[in-house]
Design a protein around this ligand. Structure first.
Ligand code: EPU
Length: 292
């Protein structure tokens, strides 16, 4: 394996840094960006036949990738981005940017997506973590999710997807695409609603900063941002990582943060909130540990 030469599908030693919204991350030993479902299958077989750990990269907007080497194969499905509209049915590939899907549904008078405005990332990543906010979640109107597993393509009905608050049961295999049935609505109203949602986010969240959105899930009955704020942590820094002054549940890369800075600050926040409020925060942001 040490002498592996990159092929058009599988590339060796690819930097992940610019593939996350944090602009932090080490190197993937193997990296694939399939253009078709067949190529996605080839990539899966490549990993399985070599017993390589496999990871799926979406938009990288809810992800902290550690600096260092990431053994195994990382598959990026951003080229599987086709969208199709048939009446009130919508089909989208995992790599489609969520913002594009929201925009296209709004334009066609298809409701149920407008409240997801302002959420970064791809459809695939959004499905796996059931991305959303106070106006709904991506899983709400799902009909089926198509997943590539070792035993082939499987079409999961919504009930088998296990959608819950910022999580799902879609962690096995590769989420390739999904279908939704959406309620019909007025296109102009949907667009206005999305604009309002986005404007509210711009007021309360540091959208231009290098961040991974909210770092922690809201514990039952209370906002994590409020707890972090109450612990006096706004503006707290570690190396290049900083708790946002705008919204305390955002930890931003204020300059040249390393993954250790960001992780260390997350741990500091967890400890301080536990001490002050006796609440153990749970991370929403996914962390990819490097080898060794
Ligand atoms: N608050 C503070 N200090 C802060 C931030 C917030 O006291 O620094 C208080 C606010 O005043 C408010 C409460 O905390 O009373 C809730 O704050 P906000 O309205 O900003 O909503 P949130 O619960 O922090 C959630 C989601 C966001 C989503 C927004 C809008 C989680 C963890 N967060 O934020 O999701 O964008 O609602 O729908 O569920 C994300 O998942 O990455 C994310 C940003």
């Amino acid at each position: 394996m040490d002498h592996f030469e990159s092929t058009p599908l599988i590339r060796a030693n690819v930097s992940l840094r610019d593939r996350t919204s944090y602009r932090v991350g080490g190197v993937a030993r193997f990296f694939a960006q399939p253009r078709t479902e067949e190529q996605a299958h080839e990539a899966l077989v490549f990993a399985r036949t070599r017993s390589l750990p496999l990871r799926l990269l979406g938009g990288g907007s809810n992800l902290l990738i550690e600096d260092g080497l990431h053994e195994g194969l990382i598959i990026d499905l951003s080229n599987l981005r086709a969208m199709r509209f048939v009446g009130d049915l919508v089909f989208a590939g995992a790599g489609a940017p969520l913002a594009r899907l929201v925009h296209a549904c709004n334009r066609r008078g298809l409701g149920g997506m407008a409240g997801l405005a302002g959420i970064p990332g791809t459809v695939g990543g959004a499905l796996v973590m059931n991305a959303g906010g106070r106006h709904g979640e991506i899983g709400d109107h799902v009909l089926t999710v198509t997943v590539l597993r070792d035993d082939g393509l499987v079409e999961l009905p919504r009930a088998a997807c296990g959608f819950r608050y910022r999580d799902s049961a879609l962690n096995e295999g590769l989420v390739l695409s999904a279908a939704w049935r959406l309620p019909l609505a007025d296109a102009e109203e949907l667009r206005a609603f999305s604009r309002d949602v986005l404007a509210a986010k711009r007021r309360t969240q540091p959208l231009a900063a290098r961040s991974a959105g909210c770092v922690f899930k809201n514990p039952p009955g209370v906002a994590a941002g409020r707890l972090i704020d109450a612990a006096g942590l706004k503006g707290a820094a570690l190396g290049g990582a900083r708790v946002s002054e705008v919204h305390a549940n955002f930890i931003v890369n204020a300059g040249d943060a390393t993954s250790a800075d960001l992780l260390g600050l997350m741990e500091k926040v967890e400890a301080a909130v536990e001490e002050k409020s006796h609440v153990r925060l749970e991370r929403e942001v996914r962390v990819w540990k490097a080898a060794g």
